[in-house]
Design a protein around this ligand. Structure first.
Ligand code: GTP
Length: 858
């Protein structure tokens, strides 16, 4: 370091007149390693001393004294200088002009100094701000790093603990073995070592770095650019280097990867599943079944060019594609499969117990159905005890003194009966047909007979209003004869009871008769299984929500059961009987009101108890969809059109053609029925479900649906309601104006139902002359055609002593001189083989014939 600021005196030896300099400025050259140098500006300030007026000559200017030791840092600011007061002009003193110049020089010097000081201050502030920012950043990074490190250590320790615990026994055993072998040379690892607590001490020393590590106290070799911050750190002796943000991020990423590996992510083996895929499935549901994230499916679909949400429905094909792409196997199921197993296993006889009969009362308007139902209700011994307060729930049970019970469906009218039957619900065991003794058989009586017959339920006749003076029970019974109801009085087996609903006559006898009929029918059910019931009535009650009356048919319905009813689901919250009593359960033939369904089911809907709610929803959703589809895609032809019936009969043994006839007048109806009767054949016949007069109404359509019959209208038309219903239910209505057309059509259908005839045509006979036993082929007959011709492809049978011993079916091998031939004439010899049949002998006769199928007609 050398001072390059040398002062020189003027050649005259006299110093020029200047303001005494208080600051000595100059540059200092700093030397660094590797021969690098740096020029540093330095200045030395002195306190200015100003000559006071009257103090004589100005004080001698400070000579170039020895400067104070140089500092790289700025010297502390000197005391502010006061401008020198102007000295009065005196002989020998400076002139005014001189004084003014001096003042000016002082002012300039002060301004310069202030500017320099200001600059220094700004520099200092900037440096401080930089320092602060750097320190803050370092602190943040250190905190985050410390946190991540702590987390990592905790996890690592946990994992190592588990690992080490498992390896511990092995390590000990190994150590012991080594000790035994090597005379105890191997030290037993301490528990801390085993737990990884002293991993560092057991670690191998790191390979020696090529560069000699810096010794303690020796200055580290600086790398990279020299920054103010680094100089500061060097000065402060702080060697700790702060990791950059990028380095921190890299560490974080590494940590993440390590953890993912630990968790088995990334290259984790995917579990292959069998994914059950219905006809349609939501993205969400598919993701559940595949156990993948919804986002992954959505991403996959996006790659396929389709944007989807998790609630979107996928068709089965797309869902299958996705499942296969994700590496799963697929099991496709039809939607209707959800119904499988819903009604449980078939009950075995051992589990069946007698159950009360279920009775429906039918009859003509005003013949006393409601009155009879009311009167019968009062025969209940229990309701009598409770003051007879009962509610109308659509059905009720009558308990008899001997403990027996009868269930009555309290829904008079054929419509309800037919509606239930049309839904496939067969709830009624016995039909009580009410006929007013003073009125006899009326049109609706006949209709009721048809409905009852179609359901297959036995009929009990209740001749009502016998208390009336003009009552004529005998005439009523005779009228019924015309409708093939032959009561015991006329030598038949239909039971009839004379009653008066008004005067309560014969009611007990009626109940007894019902029980007698039930006994004959041997009605049984298994109460020890999940319930199956049928909805009789349902409504939405303001206070109670959905209330449905159901008739339990199998099993026992319990409170809390999860049920699916038609397209509705629910949990049975309460079970109430017609007397308003809360029950815990209801057994077979018991009508009860249940609460807890989410929606209102329809009469005739079947209730099933299911294991859980998702299952119930699955079935209900399927039914709702199927119903919607049915209403939007029109009727499904399920066996009530003539064509579908023909198809049905082709592969079934059913030989009855059910038909419902409506004609303009009684005469034509009778003529049609008579003609159809004449068509009757020993194998097939028309069964007239109903023949009536008048327009085709809804009741006719329902009856036709229930019986699987088409409706034939002769010179009549269907009402709009009936047409709509027929369309909905898929019941065919055919109109005719000419009776022969009608009969021809029916005849055609019935002819189609006849099994076709087969007709045989004799072709020829051949006699077996010799039987050859050929290996691999079996027995081959050498024959001579004795009569007619034998033909390949024709039928053959084997006769022995004119007795048929085997029908062989088709002749497939016919050879003459080792060549396959189509036919062999009389007198010629040939070879035949009969496949599996080996019991052929010399002298057997082969009969060859053709079979023709002849379609029969009535
Ligand atoms: N004298 C007499 N009248 C009766 C008897 N049963 C019913 N009635 C009367 O017959 C009328 C019709 O009786 P309902 O019970 O309403 O007949 P219904 O068959 O239910 O009639 P709908 O509901 O219109 O189909 C009422 O005025 C009853 O009082 C009876 O045994 N004797």
């Amino acid at each position: 370091m050398s001072d390059g600021n040398e002062q020189k005196d003027s050649p005259s030896g006299r110093k020029p007149l200047t303001l005494t300099r208080t600051t000595a400025t100059g540059t200092v050259r700093q030397s660094f390693s590797h021969g690098r140098t740096k020029q540093v500006a330095v200045e030395v300030r002195e306190k200015r001393s100003i000559n006071r007026p009257g103090a004589g000559a100005a004080a001698p200017a400070a000579g170039p004294g020895v400067p104070p030791p140089l500092k790289t840092r700025a010297a502390p600011a000197p005391e502010p200088l006061q401008p020198a007061p102007r000295a009065p002009t005196a002989p020998g003193a400076i002139s005014d002009e001189e004084a003014r110049r001096r003042d000016e020089a002082v002012r300039r010097a002060m301004a310069d100094r202030e500017a320099r000081e200001e600059k220094l201050r700004a520099e200092e502030d900037q440096r401080r701000a930089l320092d602060d920012a750097q320190r803050r950043k370092a602190a943040e990074v250190a905190a985050i790093e410390a946190e991540a490190e702590a987390r990592r250590r905790a996890e690592q320790a946990e994992q190592e603990l588990a690992q080490v615990a498992a390896e511990r026994a092995a390590a000990r055993a190994a150590a012991q073995a080594a000790q035994q072998q090597g005379g105890g040379a191997a030290p037993t690892p301490s528990l801390l070592d085993e737990l990884g607590g002293r991993v560092k001490s057991t670690r191998k020393p790191a390979p020696v770095a090529p560069v000699k590590p810096a010794k303690k106290g020796e200055p580290k070799r600086r790398e990279g650019k020299l920054t103010l911050d680094m100089v500061e750190r060097e000065v402060a002796g702080d060697d700790d280097r702060v990791r950059s943000l990028a380095a921190y991020r890299r560490a974080q990423q590494k940590e993440k990867e390590r953890r993912a590996k630990l968790m088995g992510g990334g290259e984790r083996d995917q579990i292959k599943r069998e994914v059950i895929i219905p006809e349609s499935i939501t993205v969400q549901e598919l993701s559940n079944r595949m156990a993948v994230r919804v986002a992954d499916i959505i991403k996959y679909m996006m790659r396929q060019g389709q944007m989807m949400k998790q609630s979107d429905e996928l068709d089965a094909d797309t869902a299958e594609l996705i499942a296969t792409e994700f590496g799963h196997s697929v099991k496709r199921v039809a939607e209707s499969d959800v119904e499988e197993g819903l009604s449980g296993a078939e009950d075995v006889d051992d589990h069946l117990l007698p159950r009360p009969p279920v009775v429906t009362i039918m009859g003509h308007v005003d013949h006393g159905k409601t009155s009879l139902l009311d009167a019968l209700r009062q025969t209940d011994v229990v309701s009598g005890e409770h003051g007879g307060i009962t509610q109308h729930i659509g059905a009720y049970q009558v308990r008899l003194p001997d403990g027996q019970r009868v269930t009555f469906l309290d829904t008079p009218g054929h419509a309800a009966f037919s509606a239930m039957r049309a839904r496939g619900a067969q709830v009624t065991d016995i039909v009580v047909l009410v006929v007013a003794a003073d009125d006899g058989v009326m049109p609706q009586t006949v209709e009721a007979i048809h409905h009852a017959r179609a359901s297959g339920a036995p009929i009990i006749i209740a001749i009502n209003k016998i208390d009336k003076p003009d009552a004529n029970p005998t005439r009523a019974l005779t009228d019924l004869l015309q409708h093939e109801i032959v009561t015991e009085a006329h030598g038949g087996d239909t039971l009839a009871v004379e009653v008066s609903a008004l005067k309560k006559i014969g009611l007990e006898k009626l109940v007894e008769t019902i029980l007698l009929q039930a006994e004959v029918m041997d009605l049984k059910a298994n109460p020890d299984r999940p319930a199956e019931a049928t909805v009789v009535e349902s409504k939405l009650d303001k206070g109670r929500g959905t209330v449905a009356t159901v008739l339990v048919q199998k099993g026992t319905l319990k409170r809390g059961d999860i049920v699916v009813v038609g397209a509705q689901v629910g949990r049975v919250r309460a079970i109430t009987n017609e007397r308003g009593q809360q029950l815990q359960s209801a057994g077979p033939s018991e009508p009860v009101e249940i609460m807890g369904l989410e929606g209102v089911p329809e009469p005739g809907d079947v209730l099933n108890v299911v294991e859980n709610e998702p299952r119930a929803r699955e079935v209900a959703n399927y039914r709702a969809r199927a119903k919607k589809l049915k209403t939007t895609s029109g009727p499904t032809r399920t066996g009530t059109s003539l064509e579908s019936m023909m198809a049905k009969f082709k592969d079934s043994t059913a030989k009855e053609l059910p038909i419902l006839i409506k004609a303009d007048v009684q005469g034509s109806a009778e003529a049609i029925v008579g003609s159809l009767d004449k068509l009757a054949h020993e194998e097939v016949r028309a069964r007239v479900v109903l023949s009536g007069v008048g327009a085709i109404n809804e009741s006719d359509v329902q009856l036709a649906k229930g019986s699987g019959a088409p409706v034939i209208g002769f010179n009549v038309r269907a009402s709009k309601e009936a047409r709509d219903l027929a369309e909905r239910e898929g019941v065919e209505i055919r109109y005719y104006a000419i009776i022969y057309d009608l009969i021809d059509d029916i005849k055609g259908v019935m002819s189609g139902m006849l099994a076709p005839h087969t007709r045989e045509t004799f072709l020829g006979n051949a006699e077996i002359l010799e039987v050859f036993n050929i290996s691999k082929v079996g027995k081959v007959a050498g024959v001579k055609v004795t009569e007619g011709v034998v033909r390949k492809g024709a039928k053959v049978r084997i006769l022995r002593d004119n007795v048929v011993i085997q029908e062989m079916g088709t002749l497939t091998t016919l050879k003459r001189f080792k060549e396959e031939v189509d036919q062999v004439q009389m007198g010629q010899e040939c070879g035949m083989s009969f496949g599996q049949f080996q019991d052929i002998k010399q002298g057997d006769v082969i009969e060859c014939f053709n079979v023709e199928v002849v379609q029969r007609s009535l």
